[in-house]
Design a protein around this ligand. Structure first.
Ligand code: FES
Length: 191
């Protein structure tokens, strides 16, 4: 099991200079001074269409998260510079939306719906089942970097309750106790 605080995101193989650590891993909290110019240029290129536009913060955040899977701190600084605003403003905007993450995520996000209909039909058992199988708690990343489990409110598919959403795919109804069966197709595609 790996806590989000300890997980480090591998971004560009051995090219990244991470504050004296040559492992090629960029900590979520690394600032601009901790990463190589190449990484800064990568973020700049993703933000370029919105440069000089404070209204470009959200699309810039989306572009950076598409690139890294989360929002490393150095990228927030670059977005602030490019959009002529402050890092506090960028951080505040990102914090407002649940779609943005400040820590690395697994390749696949497993959302266990804990809304009323799903709760009544065994969502807790499904979540425990998945956590045991993957050896992680919610909002952590599996050691192989493949999965993160989240609890979410009603995803609007109550007729299929209990529901689990993996990436953008809705699975349901899930038999409590058989929740791990859905992992196969996501595990196999990585093989
Ligand atoms: S409560 Fe789970 S889909 Fe509505």
């Amino acid at each position: 099991m790996a806590s989000l605080d300890s997980i480090r995101q591998s971004v560009r193989g051995s090219d990244a200079d991470v504050g004296g650590d040559d492992s090629g891993i960029i900590p979520a909290e690394a600032g601009v001074e901790d990463v190589c110019d190449e990484e800064v240029d990568t973020v700049r290129s993703r933000v370029a269409p919105h440069a000089g536009d404070e209204g470009g913060i959200i699309p810039s955040l989306q572009a950076v998260q598409d690139e890294y899977g989360y929002l490393p701190r150095f990228a927030l600084q670059v977005i602030a510079d490019e959009c002529d605003t402050t890092i506090a403003r960028v951080y505040g905007t990102a914090s407002f939306y649940s779609q943005f993450y400040f820590e690395p995520r697994g390749e696949h996000t497993i959302k266990v719906c804990t809304g009323t209909a799903c709760h009544v039909k065994g969502a807790d058992d499904i979540s425990e089942n998945l956590q045991d199988e993957l050896d992680v708690d919610t909002d952590e990343v599996t050691d192989d970097g493949q999965f993160t489990i989240e609890h979410v409110r009603c995803v609007g598919a109550c007729g299929l309750a209990p529901v689990v959403v993996v990436d953008d795919n809705v699975h349901g109804p899930i038999e409590p106790g058989n929740g791990t069966e859905i992992l196969d197709e996501y595990t196999d595609e990585e093989a």
